[in-house]
Design a protein around this ligand. Structure first.
Ligand SMILES: [Zn+2]
Length: 258
């Protein structure tokens, strides 16, 4: 586990007023973050850090839940019985799914891009309609695994595949995360790309967040400048916190204002 001090200190130095710590939680037995760390311990560590940094950096106790439709009931029950400041819902490549390293090449062979992304986007659609989360994280991270076959421009050429997800997301009131980790992957663009964020805004999207998806201190805040640029260029002037809770969204710094 990364010492939170290293994140908090970097946030303070860079003038980032608020961060959320969102450790992973998986619901598939055997997945990397299945029963990764118990809730009480996670909460204590984050709340302790929040207390130490109070007045300098606001530290939120969040979680990144792997959404899988087959575990929706367990996820719902977890969220009903555990209180977080911030809940990110995401879809990952599961070891028994089509995007696992052992079978992705066979899965992709002979398929069009819409066919290839269908299982991933199908789960993202489930995450959105579940309405369980504050934010949908890395909406199209499947780009990362598909780099050998499909590049960012191929994804930009299938807007009709994104459209229903964005419409549902706007209706749900959940926020769209602009995840910068794609900028340090061979993908070369955020999850999702700038055009998706623009389209989300055009469709009436009100809430966005940015995330670095940092798993190490050296990638803390990596790409956040670019992510904020994308958000600002799409017409947003603030980042959203919890859904349905008026605790003051985070205005983008002056340099991003248009
Ligand atoms: Zn993730």
């Amino acid at each position: 586990m990364v010492p939170l001090e290293l994140y908090a200190a970097q946030a303070f130095e860079r003038g980032i007023p608020e961060i959320a710590i969102t450790d992973h939680l998986d619901f598939m037995p055997g997945a990397p973050a299945y029963e990764y760390a118990d809730y009480g311990k996670r909460e204590m560590i984050v709340r302790d850090a929040a207390e130490r940094w109070a007045g300098k950096v606001t530290i939120r106790f969040g979680v990144e839940l792997t959404y899988e439709s087959r575990y929706e009931d367990a996820i719902r029950e977890h969220l009903r019985s555990h209180a977080y400041d911030y809940v990110l819902g995401t879809v990952h490549a599961m070891s028994d799914g089509p995007y696992d390293r052992s079978r992705i090449a066979g899965f992709v062979a002979g398929k069009t891009l819409p066919e290839v992304v269908a299982p991933y986007f199908g789960e993202v659609a489930g995450a959105i309609t579940s309405r369980l989360f504050d934010t949908i994280g890395h909406l199209d991270m499947c780009k990362r695994w598909l780099v050998p076959w499909f590049k960012a421009p191929d994804f930009a050429a299938i807007p009709e595949v994104y459209e229903p997800l964005l419409v549902a997301l706007v209706e749900s009131g959940m926020a769209l995360e602009v995840n910068a980790s794609g900028l340090r992957h061979p993908t070369g663009e955020t999850y999702p790309g700038a055009w998706v964020v623009r389209r989300f805004r055009e469709l009436g999207g009100q809430r966005v967040t940015t995330g670095s998806d940092s798993h190490l201190p050296r990638s803390f805040a990596f790409g956040l400048e670019e992510a904020c640029e994308i958000v600002a260029a799409a017409g947003f002037d603030r980042l959203a916190l919890q859904r349905g809770v008026e605790r003051g969204d985070l205005a983008l710094p002056e340099r991003f204002r248009r």
